[in-house]
Each structure stands twice: as structure tokens, then as C-alpha cells.
Design a protein around this ligand. Sequence first.
Ligand SMILES: Cc1cc2nc3c(=O)[nH]c(=O)nc-3n(C[C@H](O)[C@H](O)[C@H](O)COP(=O)(O)OP(=O)(O)OC[C@H]3O[C@@H](n4cnc5c(N)ncnc54)[C@H](O)[C@@H]3O)c2cc1C
Ligand code: SF4
Length: 545
Amino acid sequence: MANADSADVVIVGTGVVGCTIALEALAAGCSVLMLEAGPRVERWQIVENFRNLPPSLKAHWDAAYPPKPWAPHLETYSEASAGDYLQLEGPDARAYQQGYVRYAGGATWHWAGICWRLTPDDMRLKSLYGVGRDWAFDYNTLEPYYTRAEYAMGVCGPSDPALQWPPIRSKPYPMGPTPFGPGEQRFTDAAARIGLRNLPSAQARNSGISYHDRPPCCGNNNCFPVCPIGAKYDAATTLPKIESMGGVIMPNAVVYRVETGSKNAVQAVHFYDQDKVSHRVTGKLFVIACNGIETPKILLLSKDQQNPNGVANSSDQVGRNMMDQPKIIAKITMAEPMWTGVGPVQSSSIMDTSQGAFRSEHSGALIRMENAARSGQAGVAALKKGLVGKALDTEIRRLAACTGQVTIEHEPLPSAINRLTLSDKKDWLGLNKPNIYYDVGDYVRRSADQYSVPIVKRLIAELGATESEIGTEFAHSDHIMGGCIMGNDPSASVVDADCRAHDHANLFLPGGAAMTTGGSGNSTLTMVALAMKASDAIISQLKAG
Ligand SMILES: Cc1cc2nc3c(=O)[nH]c(=O)nc-3n(C[C@H](O)[C@H](O)[C@H](O)COP(=O)(O)OP(=O)(O)OC[C@H]3O[C@@H](n4cnc5c(N)ncnc54)[C@H](O)[C@@H]3O)c2cc1C
Ligand code: SF4
């Protein structure tokens, strides 16, 4: 049994990655202690926060999660506070304004729930196209873990292999797909007319049935900032289960140091509570699952005599290779209602555009029609026009029904120059804030110039949009990857094929930080598959004594 000071497995972070490992380890009979920087809140509190937001903030999902002084996170809606926590520099600094909250349950509170797998080719960029890196293993090795991840989170998706991405699966999805809303159907038809397939997304929400005590999705489109009924998977739904299995969860516990001892094994982690009092926790195995930004930050904060560059950093790769899928946004207006906003916030994407021999020259891309309701943006835009009364009402209705957004997400390459370091600026606890240098790179820029944007222009024409505006700046996709890159060579990577630190036999760094390449699709399912694989290694290592 874990207590507040010690456990077989000490897990830092209660996001989907930490919770996946906690459930697997508890099921195998290991004791588990979870340390979480943020507060523990109930679903209704987030829903109330959202309801009480001023209209100008209703379209900003993260405004419903006010940060605590001891666990700051980036507030993307506020230019001032965004730059205040996450320090950004480089030619595409603004394109790394990542969104994540430091609350128990982590960022899946407010995710869209889309669960694409990588394809076999996404994992072999170096050998197939001469760019990036190859993974330490191939798709066939990861496939069973993808399946376990899909069943653990309750992922719905099509049963017809012609509609699956990629159609290489050992088991069907636990549930069928959600139906397309009218806007997505219109986009699908337009895409088909120019030879592109808009596929139903695999997504972690209950389509038509209850699954894991979660109710069926009722399509009310509130997935950002929170699913009010819990039909969409979020890690917060698993916290009571972790406790019922004997796991101990400590909120408001900000880990700031990993302590190493004999043979460079980790022997403790240190955390501050919300009164800035320091505590020390021991364990047999340690997992840092704080996402691709906070995990490398903790390692860099933990310099000691044995590890002068920081824990797990003999390769000097901790904090390097920061990735996300750089996004280009196209706004469109139609003459007649298109009605995005019926059903979940995203339900489909064009994926074929992410693959091809062109990847030796430029990146592939995912293209989708967003299905998030437009009413928030429509209200703000109509108010900015100075309208009042009936004219205001009519304009809000027109903009909400007739406008839409097409999004392109480009595949990134791991690059050592895209680097997280410790800023000289300190947070409320006196801990260095993360600083990130970010350049999307020519591989991505060439894709936008020569490939992805021209395809989207054809799509917009085929849709019959009366107005369109294609963004020229890259934006963040909120898929934080890299930072503790996986590989077989300890001199060029941070973790091995099980997400175990090359430098410390009892330290695991699973999740987005370990990803070797990112592909074009949303990446959390891959993070959870890696967590499943790491769990197996953790359990066998503990059993072996
Ligand atoms: C608006 C939005 C939509 C998204 N939609 C999708 C989607 O559709 N599909 C997809 O694949 N991905 C999506 N994502 C990304 C997805 O949410 C993340 O990839 C995923 O939640 C990461 O899980 P994690 O467990 O690695 O990290 P997190 O969820 O960030 O959890 C890390 C936890 O660690 C805690 N922590 C941090 N620092 C410390 C510390 N020092 N000490 C103790 N605890 C600490 C944090 O408080 C947090 O609870 C979206 C993200 C956003 C912002
Ligand atoms: S559409 Fe509504 S019920 Fe379905 S996942 Fe989103 S918020 Fe939850």
C-alpha cells in the first residue's frame, strides 16, 4: 500500500499518461503514489467557471481553468500572461504558445478527443525519406499498445477498413464512429469531388453507448473547454478509480527536483506544497509524466554532481527536438448556412495528404473542417461591428451558420535547435520558467508554400465559399512532443524503447516527450500507447526485484 511518503511506483503528473501507468501498475499489484502540481476539482466547477466567463472569453477554452500561483500555466487568451509563464523565442515563437492546464487530470480535461495512430511510414522517416529520425521500433511493435490504449480510453471509430487510418489493426474499435454534422458532410462531399477522402476520426468519446461508466455523447459541442457529462474521455474520470484501487493522489504537489544516489539510480523526488514547504518522497521506480514541456523542465532543474547537465541528460538531448504540428488556419464564409457545430468539435480529417514520396522534400499534412460551434466568435465579431438589437441578433445568427474554419496541421521534424532551456525568470515558487526556441523549419514551410495551402485553396473553391482568408503565420496545435526523445543510441537520445532513461535504470519518461517523430495527426493516442508499453516494462522490472 502506498502512503504519502513512499510507493513502489511514484508517478509525477495525473494527466492521461500518468493515469494510464497508475491503472496498469495498480492492476498488477504495485503500490502507486501520484504527485500533481495542480488542484483537484470536480467537473461541475469547471462547467460553472465556463458559464460565468465574460462573453469575450467564451471562445477561449483555457479561461475556465484559472491557474494557481504555485502551478502556473500558459493562458493563451491573454498576450501578457501567455508570455509571462512560457518564455518563447525564435522565428516562430508564437507558434509554440502551447495550451495545457496544470490541474489534476491534465490537458485531456479540454482536449478534442481525436485519436489518430501514426502510420508505419511516419515511424521510418530517416530510412524512407532521408529526413528526421527512425523510431527505435516499428509500427507492428506499437500496434498492440495502440489497441490497449483505444480500449482503455474508449475510442470510437469506423469498422470499415476503407475508412480506417491506418487500416492495420488487430482489433476493431470498441465503438462505431460519431455521425458527421452538416458542415462536415458538406466538406466531405467537396473533398470527394476533387479526389480526397475525408475520413471519420477515431475519437475518445462514447458514440451511442455507455462505456466505462461514461454516458453516450449527446453532441452538444461543448468539448472545449469541458464535456459537461463526461462522455468524452478525460483523465479526471479515472482519478476515483485509481483511488478505489489503492492509489494515493496528492494534489498541489509541485515536483522540482529528482534526487539521484548510488549507481545514478533515482532515490527520491522533492516537491513544494501550496505553502511552499518542501517534501521528499521515495520509491522503487519513478515516472515523470508532466507533458513535453514540464517533464524536461524538471530534469533540467535537477542538476547534481553526477548529472551536471541535469538528470537523464548525458546526451545533452533533454529539452531538444521540441515538436508540434505547425498549423495554418483558413477562415471561410458561405452564402448560405453550412451549420458546423452539430456534434463533437471535430469528427473527421483528410489523412491521405500526410503520406507520400514528397516527404523527402517537404512535410505531409492533415486537413480538416473544424466542427466547433461558431457562436462564440460570431458574437464577438458581430459586437465589434457595433451592432445592437435585432441587427446584432441577425448578424450573430448569420456568422454562426455561414462561417467555418479549415485547418492544416503539418508534420514536424525533430530538430536539436528547437530547444527548451531554463529561463532566468522565476515563478511564484522560485522555480525557473521554461524558455523555448522555436523555428518550424524549411521542411514545413515548403509544405505550406507548395503543397498544403494550394490543396486547401482548391477545397475552398470547391466548397463555393464567397469569402476566404488563409492565415500566413503558423499556429500551435497543442500537441507537445520531443524534449526527451527516444532512441537506441544513448549518446543521441534520452530514453530507450520502453521510455526508460538511458542514464537511470529506475526512471521512466513516457508520453509526448519521448516521441521520435510526430506525424500529422493528433498525438495523444501515441503517448498513451507509449505509456502502456512503459507500464509493461515497469511491472516486469518491479517483479524482477
Ligand atoms: C484545446 C486542446 C485540444 C486538444 N485536442 C487534442 C486531440 O483532439 N487529440 C489529441 O491527441 N491531443 C489533443 N490535445 C493534446 C492533449 O490534450 C495532450 O497531448 C495530452 O493531454 C497530454 O497528456 P499528458 O498526460 O502527457 O500531459 P498533461 O495532460 O499535460 O498532464 C501533465 C500533468 O502533470 C502535472 N504537472 C506538471 N508539472 C508538474 C510538476 N512540476 N509536479 C507535479 N505535477 C506536474 C500537470 O498539472 C498535469 O496534470 C489537445 C490539447 C488542447 C490544449
Ligand atoms: S459533443 Fe457534448 S457530450 Fe459529446 S463529447 Fe463533446 S461535450 Fe461531451
